[in-house]
Write a protein that binds this ligand. Structure first.
Ligand SMILES: *[C@@H]1O[C@H](CO)[C@@H](O)[C@H](O)[C@H]1NC(C)=O
Length: 204
């Protein structure tokens, strides 16, 4: 599993929080997201040519994850392998979908980070709170743009429990993340990364 995974998980939690606040009402309820797969990240269904999954972004062989009642504990390192350039702008789009009677249905929640590298250590970002804040070697000068870069983490536990301010439909969700890289002239690089995290949401 990756730090990027972490980011995704965190992102999902934030997504849920956001969704909840969108739906918002007064009974503070506690929800827990149970991730469907210990590997956390799935590939996207029928992606366009040039679309890679988590294994196209990072080598996770030095990263380990384990799930417990407290959440997912993540430790170790990840090594970047995505073949893009240092100067590229990386855009991240996130969408939350709900599994409704056999069909993945979009929810109101979607988010765009136009320039991930500029804000990767911004303390107000969910990915700082859940991922980049746990990176012990400062990689901002390389971001996720330089293959071979090692991302070293301190061990941390990601709790997938969220307090939300209102009713959220229980059931199966997935967050879909798409990373795209653009060169200085705005041309997209030939490969992009698509990841999904699936889980079941329960009211605790
Ligand atoms: C992570 O990288 C550091 C520094 O290279 C190394 O000391 C450590 O053993 C690595 N951890 C794992 C789990 O490979």
């Amino acid at each position: 599993m990756t730090n990027s995974l972490l980011a995704v998980i965190m992102e999902l939690e934030i997504l849920l929080l956001t969704v909840v606040s969108l739906l918002s009402h007064a009974n503070g309820a506690k929800y827990e997201l149970s991730v469907a797969d210990e590997d956390i990240f799935s590939s996207c269904n029928s992606p366009d040519p040039g679309t890679l999954d988590i294994n196209g972004l990072m080598d996770l062989s030095e990263l380990s994850t384990s799930m417990s009642a407290e959440g997912v504990t993540i430790s170790g390192n990840a090594t970047l392998i995505w073949d893009i350039n240092l100067e590229d702008r990386v855009q991240m789009n996130t969408n939350l979908l709900y599994f409704d009677r056999g069909t993945w249905t979009p929810t109101a929640f979607s988010m765009v980070s136009k320039d991930f590298c500029k804000s990767m250590y911004d303390k107000n970002q969910y990915y700082y709170k859940y991922w980049t804040g746990y990176i012990t070697n400062d990689i901002q000068d390389k971001c996720i743009n330089v293959p071979g870069t090692k991302i070293i983490h301190k061990t941390f536990t990601l709790s997938l429990t969220a307090n939300v301010m209102g009713p959220l439909r229980e059931g199966t969700y997935k967050a879909q993340l798409m990373l795209r890289a653009y060169d200085a002239t705005g041309i997209e690089r030939p490969t992009r990364i698509c990841l999904e995290i699936r889980g079941d949401l329960f009211k605790v």
